[in-house]
Design a protein around this ligand. Structure first.
Ligand code: DGT
Ligand code: MG
Ligand code: MG
Ligand code: MG
Ligand code: MG
Length: 232
């Protein structure tokens, strides 16, 4: 076949072959599902219809695509693990990731009705994707454990949070305040007339917050005593 003078542009394509012997993990995550959940009135903290639809879409990915050995999902995300020895699409990361993302997204829309019945899908949802390689079984198990621990921690928090709001009558601000996690740190303190000793100090882990205020004067530092540590 004759080559055109334009052929050279093909050489601009970069090689994204995944390293051999590694498990290839593709993780998808719903784009701005905070808004999507709100607009489609997902129940809090967990909407069984939404979770069922995620699961159904993952099922479709596993059925239609090659070499996926396990998938794990929670919230608006799903991880797909390709077998170590897979040579599907010559292990090209972009091919694997985009096939997973598009198969999942189209299935999510295709099966919407099965889970949400007459409730209208208001706009087309989308999912981002990333590829991560894990060279050992330990690494892969730890990856999945990491996602599940994340699920557990979030669920624990969300379940208690929404119970405080829905059944306990607290405002969302009050519930958040109630659930602030305390952090215990050991500080070496020297109190007047006492020996220096290690003392457990409890403080709240605060959210990052923007202030627009004077930090030259003393007032700010008096109000935020946990920023500076003792000089000695
Ligand atoms: P992103 O991923 O950066 O585009 O932004 P989001 O908004 O998708 O953030 P992400 O992925 O960290 O958090 C997932 C959101 O999806 C979170 O706001 C809660 C929502 N969501 C997921 N599953 C459920 C559910 O079953 N019920 C409700 N009410 N919300 C859910
Ligand atoms: Mg996110
Ligand atoms: Mg998301
Ligand atoms: Mg997410
Ligand atoms: Mg083609």
């Amino acid at each position: 076949m004759a080559k055109s003078k334009f052929e050279y542009v093909r050489n601009f394509e970069t090689d994204d072959t995944c390293l051999k012997n590694c498990y290839i993990v593709v993780r998808l995550d719903g784009r701005n599902f905070h808004r999507f959940a709100e607009q489609h009135k997902f129940t809090k903290p967990n909407d069984n219809r939404a979770l069922g639809l995620m699961s159904r879409s993952a099922h479709s990915v596993m059925e239609e695509l090659e070499d996926i050995v396990i998938a794990y999902g929670q919230s608006d995300e799903f991880s797909f693990v390709f077998k170590r020895s897979s040579n599907w699409f010559k292990r090209r990361a972009s091919k694997l990731m985009t096939h997973v993302a598009s198969q999942f997204s189209s299935s999510y829309v295709f099966y919407w009705k099965e889970f949400f019945g007459d409730q209208t899908l208001l706009y087309p949802p989308s999912f981002d994707g990333r590829v991560v390689l894990y060279p050992s079984n330990r690494n892969l198990k730890d990856y999945l454990s990491w996602r599940q621990a994340d699920c557990h921690i979030n669920n624990l928090y969300n379940t208690v949070f929404w119970t405080l709001v829905q059944k306990g009558g607290l405002t969302t601000v009050q519930a958040e305040d109630r659930l602030k996690r305390d952090e215990t740190v050991t500080k070496r303190l020297k109190r007047p007339n006492e020996e220096e000793k290690d003392v457990n100090v409890t403080r709240s882990r605060r959210k990052v917050q923007a202030y627009h205020c004077d930090i030259i004067g003393d007032q700010f530092w008096q109000e935020h005593t946990d920023i500076l540590e003792d000089d000695n």
